[in-house]
Ligand binder design. Structure first.
Ligand SMILES: [Zn+2]
Length: 69
């Protein structure tokens, strides 16, 4: 007997980000994300936070925000 196991190739998706406040998964399709900082308002807890989108191919000078340690 051959056991047929369906091998579903799992599509590697971007893992849904979760709200840092209420931990609800948020789909960013509803937001028009741009490269840089995006203000996201969580649809669940209505809190705002900043999501930073990094460009796939960053320019040579890609440090607009000084790192404060
Ligand atoms: Zn939230």
């Amino acid at each position: 007997m051959r056991r047929k196991k369906e091998l579903e190739e799992q599509v590697v998706q971007k893992f849904p980000y979760r709200c840092p406040y209420c931990d609800q998964p948020i789909t960013y399709d509803q937001f028009n994300l741009k490269v840089g900082e995006n203000e996201i308002k969580c649809p669940f807890c209505k809190k705002k936070y900043i999501k930073v989108v990094s460009d796939e191919s960053p320019p040579p000078q890609s440090s607009p925000v000084p790192a404060i340690i």
